[in-house]
Write a protein that binds this ligand. Structure first.
Ligand code: CA
Ligand code: CA
Length: 361
């Protein structure tokens, strides 16, 4: 009998077949999976995965065949919880070493992505497969009566004003009314960094596990998913893998915007997991909505930690601003790169800015 690595991996993890595609998904971890002997099996499989995947150079994703599209559809369904008591679907991530930041020859790179440096993610952790949805955020609000920052201060969410071609705050805009139609499966927007902290605190209390935002290094590790290219998909495949500003955005864009040559059919947010997943089985790392991270803003990587931890106020970090990653439905292809960085005031919120959550084992 030939024992290939996927067979071994699946046997160790006792995982369903759809979670065992080569170079796609390493491990799917629901709440009940991480208990008893299964937890031990998970750790064993993560160690095994690290041994066989370390230093492997993974190619960016291209067009999907019929079987891969079926896997994508199955994975996407896990993002839509049918039981309100369930926490968001999480994916177990193996520890590994990777290069953070862009190489000097990367097209459209910016100075704050420099210097490229090695980072070691020392421990396995879990990350939500999808961006946190409106439905998941509503559950939190209903149980806590939380009022978001921009509802409380009356300033409202930052939005793109099509008629005036300006980006600014509108008092009536918030996560319930962001300026375009959303249902419960869309990513929540108009949430501040402070709102994300209230959400993870509530979810941690509710489940007994410790949830948090990913660190900036973890986020880039997740986005790259073993690739060293600008994106986890081929540059000409944006509209298969990301909701960015494509030709469909012409209806709201200024004439000077740079748009992708393709059309992704979503002018504003798309339901999470509407596009192809990356090599870790995660959706929408690039595009759809920007994602908050734990880190305070630094203008470059001089002195950055190399252990995957959050970079806070050391080395001149500005903790009134936190790093956001991944670009959005409002952003041109230059910003939809794994290395691209930006920031937002902790109390500010935009209708193209949301978050996903991490959890330690
Ligand atoms: Ca779009
Ligand atoms: Ca995103």
């Amino acid at each position: 009998m030939t024992l290939n690595r996927e067979t071994v991996h699946c046997a160790l993890l006792n995982a369903p077949y759809d979670a065992c595609q080569p170079k796609r998904v390493l491990c799917s971890a629901g709440g009940s999976l991480l208990s008893g002997c299964r937890f031990l099996l998970l750790l064993l499989s993560l160690i095994f995965c690290q041994a066989i995947y370390a230093n492997e150079d993974i190619a960016p994703r291209g067009g999907q065949n019929t079987q891969e599209k079926a896997v994508t559809k199955q994975l996407a369904q896990t993002c839509y919880a049918t039981d309100a008591k369930l926490a968001p679907a999480m994916v177990a991530i193996r520890p590994d070493r990777f290069l953070m930041g862009s190489p000097e020859n990367e097209k459209d790179r910016e100075s704050d992505e420099d210097p490229q440096h090695a980072v070691t993610i020392p421990n396995p952790f879990a990350i939500s497969r999808c961006e946190i949805t409106v439905g998941q955020f509503r559950q939190f609000v209903q149980e806590t009566n939380h009022r978001t920052t921009v509802e409380d201060n009356g300033k409202g969410c930052f939005v793109w004003n099509v008629d005036q071609e300006t980006y600014g705050q509108q008092p009536e805009r918030n996560w319930k009314n962001p300026g375009f139609a959303q249902n419960d499966n869309h990513p929540v927007v108009c949430v501040s960094w402070d709102d994300t902290q209230a959400y993870v605190k509530w979810l941690s209390h509710r489940t007994g596990a410790v949830y948090r935002l990913p660190t900036e290094a973890e986020w880039e590790y997740l986005a790259r998913a073993g690739t060293k290219t600008a994106r986890y998909y081929q540059d000409d495949k944006q509209c298969d893998y990301a909701n960015g500003a494509g030709q469909e955005t012409k209806s709201i864009a200024s004439s000077d915007w740079t748009l992708a040559e393709c059309s992704d059919s979503h002018v504003y947010t798309a339901p999470v997991a509407s596009f192809g997943e990356n090599q870790f089985g995660l959706f929408d790392l690039l595009g759809n909505v920007w994602e908050w991270t734990e880190d305070c803003w630094h203008g470059n990587y001089q002195g950055a930690p190399q252990d995957g931890s959050a970079w806070k106020d050391a080395d001149g970090g500005d903790c009134n601003r936190r790093v956001v990653r991944g670009g959005s439905w409002l952003y041109d292809p230059r910003g939809l790169r794994s290395a691209f960085r930006y920031w937002n005031d902790t109390g500010g919120a935009g209708n193209d800015l949301g978050f996903r959550i991490a959890r330690a084992f």
